[in-house]
Design a protein. Structure first.
Length: 476
């Protein structure tokens, strides 16, 4: 390819969940926002992958309401500026891709768009960008480019691509002869022997081309999403798509809606290490391993073991005399399973959802808020103890409770506390009591994070006993 590649608009699809990676991935904080491999979340790793300003424009992040502040904060933590777009309902990847294409086309007509799953891992960013550069000319010429990887084994959990003749004589850039869905083991062996590629599910395309293909093959999706973009609102810096219009879009994946129908497909053979980390054995495969094949993410020690994975960032976890075992520990749940049974975790989560432990499939002990986080440390019949962290310049809502009173003890920083209209400044080792029913608010007007211990006493501690009177973050 000759000449300079014009800037590409990255789009991160960051609204999904991942029950196979429980207990780390949960409904209110799914896998893309978790440090599964390394210290950064896969969402942050993906943002860093497209941070080269000579190649990439400011990214668009498409996520849902529940993750909006978390998506923004994690981008800010790695000094990346991103436009966060909020899907008002789950409509699968076709609607998200349509929104991305329409927004990108309005930012720059005919712009190149790189659509990426925010929960995938790529271990060689420069080789990934080389693949993007190679595919950009084919995308400029009107192709939808997908990235394929040479299989290392006949996997039944991936889709496959049959590459056709090379484009411009380059064996790493070909037309696509066919996409095939996840095969059985015998068929997967045949695909590998025939030179098929794994389908990574990430795409590079011109915005106007994707819009044209959606118009041809999924007009109802395009029409509904275009209306939702037309009627979007700017809310605290987020792009909030219009709810009623977006909900009129049929649910469908981009693969079924467009990719399986279009005649404008090309594939780049990637030479980077990649995984969709759909289950714990995939984490083990891409993790750094000891000589005995053990891998540790976080705090873990092995004795007389081989081929095992420990994932534990919160507590020291030890494994003795085991083989091919996965051990995942969080502050409130532990998973132990043979590597060849990790696909059963999804069924386990479904069972937990209908049990007394359903809450542990939804949230962690640490719950993130727009102002910081709150982590429960102890509880009983009529009390609950939590650790709160409020970031500088933030404050909780003006609120009141009808079923509990609160006692706050400042352990770090300076707090501005307002109770029933009266304000007071508290510093470390000072405390204050908030009587039941009194309107109150906590603010951090300082330059360092504010940390406190909250002791609640009463008969009920549910979220629906938080009556918000005023809120900077427009939560109901």
């Amino acid at each position: 390819m000759n000449g300079q590649v014009r800037k590409i608009i990255p789009v991160l699809l960051a609204g999904g969940a991942g029950s196979r990676l429980w207990p780390v991935s949960r409904d209110q904080l799914p896998k893309q926002f978790q440090p599964l491999v390394g210290d950064l979340s896969t969402y942050q790793q993906t943002l860093q992958r497209v941070s080269d300003e000579s190649l990439y424009d400011e990214p668009l992040v498409i996520t849902n309401e529940d993750f909006r502040f978390f998506a923004r904060r994690q981008a800010e933590e790695i000094d990346v500026k991103a436009t966060v777009v909020l899907e008002p309902a789950r409509r699968d990847s076709a609607a998200a891709m349509a929104a991305a294409a329409v927004l990108a086309e309005r930012r720059q007509p005919g712009s190149l768009v790189l659509a990426l799953a925010a929960d995938h891992v790529v271990l060689e960013n420069e080789k990934f960008s080389d693949a993007v550069r190679l595919g950009s000319q084919a995308a400029e010429e009107g192709n939808i480019v997908v990235f394929g990887l040479t299989p290392t084994e006949p996997r039944t959990s991936y889709g496959y691509i049959n590459p056709g003749h090379p484009i411009d004589g380059n064996e790493d850039l070909c037309v696509v002869e066919a996409f095939v869905e996840k095969p059985d083991e015998e068929t997967a062996v045949q695909y590998v022997e025939k030179g098929y590629l794994w389908n990574s599910g990430n795409f590079l395309f011109r915005a106007d081309v994707m819009i044209a293909e959606l118009k041809a093959y999924a007009p109802e999706i395009l029409e509904a999403v275009t209306r939702s973009v037309d009627e979007h609102e700017s809310d605290l810096g987020f792009v909030r798509l219009h709810k009623e219009s977006f909900e009129e879009s049929p649910k469908n994946s981009i693969d079924y809606a467009v990719i399986e129908n279009t005649k404008r497909m090309a594939v780049v053979r990637g030479h980077f290490r990649w995984s969709d980390i759909g289950s714990w054995d995939a984490i083990w495969e891409i993790a750094d391993k000891e000589e005995s094949g053990n891998a540790v993410e976080g705090q873990g020690i092995f004795v007389d073991s081989e081929g095992c994975l420990i994932h534990s960032h919160n507590i020291l976890t030890t494994v003795v005399g085991a083989k091919d075992l996965v051990v995942v520990a969080t502050k409130d749940a532990v998973l132990v399973t043979p590597k060849d049974r990790v696909q059963s975790v999804k069924g386990l989560v479904e069972s937990l959802k209908s049990s007394d432990h359903a809450r542990k499939t939804e949230i962690h002990r640490r719950a993130y808020r727009p102002w910081g986080h709150i982590e429960q440390t102890d509880s009983g019949t009529r009390y609950r103890v939590s650790h709160l962290k409020v970031e500088p310049g933030h404050r909780i809502s003006l609120q009141q409770h009808y079923h509990r009173s609160e006692h706050w003890i400042i352990v770090r920083g300076t707090a501005t506390v307002m109770i029933d209209g009266e304000s007071r400044l508290l510093t470390e080792n000072e405390s204050i009591y908030i009587p039941l029913g009194k309107p109150h608010r906590l603010a951090n007007d300082g330059q360092i994070p504010l940390e406190l211990i909250e002791i609640q006493t009463g008969s009920y501690f549910g979220e629906d006993d938080i009556i918000r009177l005023q809120d900077d973050y427009k939560r109901s």
